[in-house]
Each structure stands twice: as C-alpha cells, then as structure tokens.
Write a protein that binds this ligand. Structure first.
Ligand SMILES: Nc1ncnc2c1ncn2[C@@H]1O[C@H](COP(=O)(O)OP(=O)(O)OP(=O)(O)O)[C@@H](O)[C@H]1O
Ligand SMILES: [Mg+2]
Length: 372
C-alpha cells in the first residue's frame, strides 16, 4: 500500500511532491480519510483500511455516506464539517469493521480548506483506542477485586476460628463413638466439610494478603510443558488433543514459578472442564517485541501465552463476572480460580484477558513482562 518504492530516495520523493505527501499520509499511524465536498472519498490511508476493514480500492471514489452507512454518527460529523467548515474533535465512537467486530475509535473531523478560505471537503482521522479501553477495563476490574478481596479476607478471619472449634468438636465426638457406630459416618462428613471450608478460607486469605513474589528465572516452556503432560495423562480417557506452539526464542523470564504454575494450571483445568469429553486445546507462546507496557515509567518487553479451547464458550452475560470471587457455573467449583489467576498476573505486572464466543470457544491471553 505504501507508495514508497525501494529505489525511492528522499530526494526523488521531494522532487515529486505528490508522492512525498502520499508517503507521509500513508505512514501516519492513525486512520486518515479525505472526503470532497460531494461526499466522495479521495484519500484513504492504510491505517484507515485497518480500522474500518474496507480496502483503499473499495473506498476511493466511493460515497463516504454509503461506505460507512452504519456509522451514522461519523457520517453526520463529516456532513457537518463539509457544510459549516467547523472542526469537530475528541469524539469517541465505534467503527464497525466489515468483519462485524466492534472497534472503539476516537474520531476528529477537520475542514479541508484552500488558502482562499473555500471549504472543499473534510479530513477525518480515526484513532484505534482498543488498547486504551482494555487497560481501563483492567483498572476497573482490579479496583473491584481489591474491595472484594478486603471484604473476603475479613470474613475469612471471622470464620476460621469457629470453624476450628467445630472441627475439634467433631474429632472429639468421633473418638467418643465406638469404632463400629453408624454415627461415625456423620462425624466424618462434618470433618471433611470443615476441611473443605478451611481450604476455601485459606485461598481467600491468600488472595487478600500478598505473600510477595519469590522471583527467579523461570523457563516458561518447562512450566507449561509439565502441566500439559500431567493433564494429558489425567484426561487420557477423554478425546482431547493437546497442541503446543512455543516460540523457542523466549528466554527465561523473571517470575514466581510456583505462582505461574498455579496460574496456568487453573486456566488449563478450566479449559478441560469446559470441553468435556472431546475437544482441542492449543497453548501458544510468543514474544511481543513491539508491545510495551509503560509501568512505573519504564517500558518492558512482554511475552504472551494463549490458552485456547474449543469448548462451549462463556455466555456474554457471564463474561464480566468470571473474575469475581465465588462466581462459578460448576456444581463443585469454588469460583476462586480466575480471581487467583487475575491476582497472580497483576502481581507480575502483567495483563490477562479473555476472548470467548459460543461458536469457537474461549481464549485466555496472558501478557507477562520478561523482566520484573
Ligand atoms: N475455558 C473456559 N470455557 C468456558 N467457561 C469458562 C472457562 N474458564 C472459566 N469459565 C467460566 O468461569 C467460571 C469461573 O471460573 P473459575 O476458575 O474462577 O472457577 P471454577 O472453575 O468454577 O471453580 P474453581 O475455583 O474450582 O476454579 C467457571 O465456572 C466457568 O463458568
Ligand atoms: Mg477454575
């Protein structure tokens, strides 16, 4: 799409001012669309193709109103600028890609004016703000979880002592009963169930009180490979295929190995639970060389791990609840698995997100910095 040919030099380009300007506009990272006063598209840069999903070929010479007919707000914005010559900026809207996926974008519209002041069209700029939205959602999620975590920890403290009392009393009672007594079955249930509550409480307490990371260089592929090997054996009876696509260039990352094991085990177990008798699980790793997360005012390279299943997916209405403590759709689930995963990733200064739809399944993506 770029008009700059390999043999072009800056001098050649500047010699031909039209090519030079076209190259400049093609190189802008934001979508740029120019519409003339008849509403016809006269310029469409590669970023605009990427954001809208329409190719330059489809767009050039087409009516802007027709091409983006679904985006009434943007169509009205352009019409207003062409009509009145005013600049409209800082509007956030959603552009529908031709794939049907909604993409959040920030839109601005400027009048295209000749030196004489005559208004001959409009310039529309589109900025993809998907990443900003994802970060905002992650921050909201973290706020919500920290409030819930504090509450849960308070509760866990209160419950732990009386629970110990009940278990102790049940054990005493068991000792009092003769070894053949039918009542022993009841005391055993009491002890087992108090142990179950105790386990949940311990997990909750751990959630709320950070134990701190024990950092060491971790071989991510070994951690993932071991979990996959064990889980494969655990579900050998089921018809589930496991595929791993590991990027061999990933170095050891600074992380807490025990926590990462827990994180990936939780996610892989969830995927297996979701798939049931048959399915395919793909675990992918890659280095994101151009992905930088600014935290504490420094950038760090990230690695991405994807855990992708072809299970039934997560219903849209459940998607925002899955991180909440005790949200579970399983009869024997505690609903703490993903809350713990979220916390482990946050403690590693990473990011976790989920993409799920009911026809393809569920993909969890975890981004972790290579160094802490
Ligand atoms: N890969 C997946 N496919 C479909 N649904 C999923 C998947 N992962 C999680 N879920 C949904 O999210 C819910 C919460 O998951 P989470 O791991 O927090 O709890 P759980 O698995 O139910 O219980 P546990 O605490 O034992 O892990 C699950 O009950 C399930 O409904
Ligand atoms: Mg789980």
């Amino acid at each position: 799409m770029n008009t700059m040919k390999p043999t072009d030099t800056v001098d050649d380009l500047q010699g031909n001012l039209g090519d030079y300007y076209a190259t400049v506009i093609d190189s802008v990272g934001d979508g740029v669309i120019v519409v003339n006063s008849d509403g016809i598209i006269t310029l469409y840069n590669p970023a605009a193709e990427e954001i809208t999903g329409f190719s330059r070929k489809q767009a050039l010479g087409a009516s802007f109103n027709k091409l983006l007919s679904q985006e009434i707000f943007i169509v009205e914005m352009v019409a207003k600028t062409i009509h009145t010559g005013i600049t409209i900026s800082d509007h956030e809207n959603a552009v529908l890609r031709s794939t049907g996926k909604i993409k959040p974008v920030a839109v601005a519209c400027y009048p295209l004016m000749l030196a004489s002041g005559e208004n001959i069209g409009a310039i529309l700029t589109l900025k993809d703000i998907t990443y900003i939205r994802e970060l905002e959602a992650a921050v909201r999620q973290a706020d919500r979880l920290s409030t819930l975590g504090t509450l849960a920890a308070g509760l866990a403290h209160e419950v732990k002592n009386p629970l110990g009392g009940i278990k102790g009393a049940a054990q005493l009672l068991e000792r009092e009963l003769s070894s053949g007594s039918d009542l022993r079955e009841y005391t055993r249930v009491m002890i087992r169930e108090t142990e179950r509550i105790d386990h949940i409480m311990r997990e909750l307490l751990e959630l709320a009180s950070p134990r701190g990371l024990k950092l060491s260089p971790v071989n991510l592929h070994k951690v993932l490979g071991d979990i996959l090997l064990l889980q494969k054996q655990a579900v050998a009876e089921q018809d589930i295929t496991f595929t791993q696509q590991f990027d061999p260039s990933i170095p050891a990352i600074m992380a807490d190995e025990e926590m990462l094991t827990r994180l990936f085990l939780n996610l892989i177990r969830n995927a297996i639970d979701a798939m049931g008798e048959t399915g395919r699980l793909i675990v992918v790793t890659r280095v994101l060389s151009d992905y930088r997360m600014t935290q504490n005012e420094r950038n760090s390279r990230m690695v991405a791990v994807e855990i992708d299943d072809d299970g039934p997916g997560i219903p849209r209405e459940d998607l925002e609840n899955i991180w909440t403590p005790f949200f579970s759709t399983k009869s024997s689930g505690t609903g703490l698995g993903l809350t713990i995963c979220h916390k482990i990733v946050a403690e590693h200064r990473g990011m976790i997100k989920v993409d799920s739809d009911q026809s393809h399944g569920t993909k969890f993506t975890i981004l972790l910095p290579l160094v802490q």
